[in-house]
Design a protein around this ligand. Sequence first.
Ligand code: IMP
Length: 193
Amino acid sequence: MRVILASSNKGKIQEIQKLLGVEVVPYKDILGELEIVEDGESFKENAIIKAKAIYERLPDEIVIADDSGISVPALGGEPGIYSARYAGVGASDKENLQKLISKLKEKGLERTPAYYTAAIAIASGSGIYTTHGWMWGEVIDEARGDKGFGYDPMFIPEGYDKTLGELDEDVKKRISHRAKALELAKVVLEKIK
Ligand code: IMP
């Protein structure tokens, strides 16, 4: 069994392949580069938009898409679905992280609750299924450590006293939002294959 991934991020391909235990083929290998407009209003809607866009072109395949981000309740849920472009379209991970740090500083928040969300959409001849996973913790107003990516250096997961930038990467693999959503996606795949 193989699944087509609606992303070409190498880290994601490996992580998903390992967690699902099936062959994962990036859509670009078959279809080339496509521009998919992610204009949904939730992680779930954006994951579905991506999965559908690829599945419409590959109707004999099982297509998986994911969408993820970090939300800070004290900032009204920001950056949320805008996590990848918080500091503007095309912004780097570092610029997005610095923007979130500045927002916390503006509000005088040294530390405040936050959570990561991952939504996964699976499109196949059986229809569209979605799963979610969350990782709760706190964000701090500085970056510590250089492991992980994105907002990891400012995120302290619940039950730990270090950021994901400082913690061993194996810890994140066990507790991450994406790992949890993929666990559930695995159950869906077993049903539809
Ligand atoms: P996308 O799911 O590829 O659209 O990425 C969403 C954005 O959310 C990324 O660019 C990161 O900024 C952020 N993000 C999602 N998951 C993580 C994570 O596990 N660590 C750090 N940042 C993340």
